[in-house]
Design a protein around this ligand. Structure first.
Ligand code: ASP
Length: 590
């Protein structure tokens, strides 16, 4: 008997009744019912029920009775309509079943390390036996979606005259704010390649090379602390263009997103996307990647509540701080205990004195009613656009830090109260980022985006005198509160690039040593250029409704940057180390 299929397991339906077919796949389940055996055979296309009758062929029936989950089988038989009342409308093949006349076991399977139908499986176990996990329909659907997204991206850029160009993986350092993964060179003892944190410098050089419109589905490597949406290696939809300004890139990407969502999810995305300046985002939402699916804007009420006699507010404002609040819709009837729990949570976010004002059928309750007369309360309510059943929460203190903390509280409350998101996908551009910031650890000036980002022309003159006031020509795309990608219009002149390096503390010598080749290229007719890179994994994960990018990666690493399947990273053999002229000074456990 041949195991070559006539059909897949997701293909047959009522109109195929009467055909003689061959299906091959995995045993999903065997059911022994009233002396009959039913087997669901599965492949990535779906599942089909196969029926074995002891009276028709006892030998075949006995073989079918021995089938266990994940055995690989091939069956031949006739397609027949299921009897009345047995049709399963939740299965694409639910109208039919195969009455088997041949069965071959192509391979057996050990008992499974986990129940593949179960929800909330242990993720490390899933990763260790990824080849089993990938057999689950959910995983193959995720990978298929990813394939379709990337295919749509390629088609979109191709239609817009972009050229897909591969850039090298063994490179000199391309800084994006993380540590490099290093690869020792055998040929040049003591020297190392870095794996690219992004194709940043190569794509800029492609513009100097006149390629004009470049894109790449680029693998990037960053050695940084891992969180739910991070992996040591990840994929970017990377592009660069010449002779463009910011808005050209933004509208190109809006078009790409609309095209990809339409093509893959049949979902129409409204463009242009909303834009916020970085300052607005920080003030109104306390985050540079605000999730605008939930209202709860942070509102400054300092002018309304100052001089009220309420000491916390009065002294914050007189010390140069602000009073800001958020409205939690329809939670005015929260109990004292619930409010206290929120205030306690606020402390975790750095809000020492969160003050609640609750409206219950229009009547205000809370300590502020002792200090604010009715007209001020009404003014407050109006300024915050609050309703008669809402809960208002206020914080006083240093402007930026209370906004950041209220921003965290806002997201916590949206989750806690399961607020209905206003839409499935919310896109937002954050623009006018600061060019520089102060690194929290080293307290040194660093490039907020990367050091190849240009300042907005009006602010260029402030680079040396007031660097923290300089806005950059950078932009971030945010989707549902997740930073989907970053880009910028780049520096394309040697002198400006040298000035920027100087501000971040790189001497001319160091700058030349690290990035001399880029600055030299700028001296040979570099066109103005800019670009962006979007996280392909994050985009697909959000489209698939998943919280973790691991769900859209075939072979991800775990939180410790370990591949539970292959065991990587591993200690090289002594022989390998010798060839590379390397000595390892610690035990592998360290
Ligand atoms: N290299 C990206 C850019 O196009 C940014 C990033 O990788 O995050 O600006």
């Amino acid at each position: 008997m041949s195991y070559v299929r006539t059909h897949t397991c997701g293909e047959l339906c009522g109109k195929d009744a009467g055909k003689h077919v061959c299906l091959s796949g995995w045993v999903n389940k065997r059911r022994d019912l009233g002396g009959l055996v039913f087997v669901d055979i599965r492949d990535r296309y779906g599942m089909t029920q196969v029926f074995f009758d002891p009276n028709a062929n006892a030998e075949l029936f006995n073989l079918a009775s021995s089938l266990k989950p994940e055995y690989v089988i091939s069956v031949e038989g006739a397609v027949s309509l299921r009897p009345e009342g047995m049709v399963n409308s939740s299965m694409s093949t639910g109208e039919i079943e195969i009455t088997a006349d041949k069965l071959e076991i192509l391979n057996t399977s050990k008992p499974l390390p986990f129940n593949m139908d179960q929800d909330n499986l242990d993720e490390n176990l899933r990763m260790k036996y990824r080849y089993l996990d990938l057999r689950r329909p959910e995983m193959s659907a995720n990978l298929r979606l990813r394939h379709k997204v990337i295919k749509a991206v390629r088609d979109y850029f191709d239609a817009h005259d972009f050229i897909e160009i591969e850039t090298p993986s063994l490179v000199n350092s391309t800084p994006e704010g993380a540590r490099d993964y290093l690869v020792p060179s055998r040929v040049h003892p003591g020297k190392f390649y870095a794996l690219p944190q992004s194709p940043q410098l190569f794509k800029q050089l492609l513009m100097v090379g006149g390629l004009d419109k470049y894109f790449q589905i680029a693998r990037c490597y960053r050695d940084e602390d891992l969180r739910a949406d991070r992996q040591p290696e990840f994929t970017q939809i990377d592009l660069e263009m010449s002779f463009v300004e910011r808005d050209n890139i933004l509208s190109l990407i809006e078009g790409m997103i609309a095209f990809v969502f339409e093509r893959t999810l049949d979902y129409s995305v409204a463009a242009p996307f909303k834009r916020l300046t970085w300052l607005e985002a920080m003030d109104k939402y306390g985050s540079d990647k605000p999730d605008l699916r939930f209202p709860m804007e942070i509102i400054d009420v300092s002018d309304i509540v100052s001089d009220s006699g309420f000491k916390v507010f009065d002294s914050a404002v007189s010390d140069g701080g602000r009073v800001r609040g958020i409205v939690v819709p329809k939670r005015g009837s929260s109990s004292r205990k619930e409010c206290d729990a929120i205030i306690e949570k606020g402390k975790e976010f750095g809000l020492s004195g969160l003050v609640a004002l609750a409206f219950n059928s229009g009547t205000p309750k809370g300590v502020l009613t002792k200090f604010l007369k009715e007209d001020r309360i009404n003014e407050l309510k109006k300024a915050m656009n609050a309703g008669g059943d809402d809960l208002l929460l206020f914080a006083a203190g240093e402007s930026r830090s209370i906004s950041v903390a209220l921003g965290k509280l806002r997201l916590y409350l949206a989750d806690k109260f399961q607020l209905e998101p206003s839409e499935r996908f919310n896109f937002l551009w954050v623009v006018d980022f600061p060019l520089f910031s102060i690194d929290a650890e080293t307290k040194r000036i660093v490039a907020e985006h990367h050091p190849f980002t240009s300042p907005v022309p009006e602010d260029e003159g402030l680079m040396e005198t007031a660097p923290l006031k300089v806005r950059s020509n950078a932009y971030d795309l945010v989707l549902n509160g997740v930073e989907l990608g970053s880009g910028s219009i780049r520096i394309h002149s040697r002198s400006l690039q040298e000035r920027l390096f100087k501000v971040i503390g790189l001497s001319l010598e160091q700058a030349n040593e690290k990035f001399g080749y880029l600055m030299t290229a700028f001296e040979y007719g570099a066109p103005p250029h800019g670009g962006i890179a979007l996280g392909a994994d994050r985009l697909t994960a959000i489209m698939a409704g998943k919280d973790s990018i691991r769900e859209v990666l075939a072979f991800p690493k775990n939180h410790q940057a370990i591949c539970p399947l292959t065991g990587a990273p591993v200690r090289p053999s002594d022989e390998q180390l010798k060839i590379l002229n390397l000595k390892v000074n610690c035990s592998s456990e360290v």
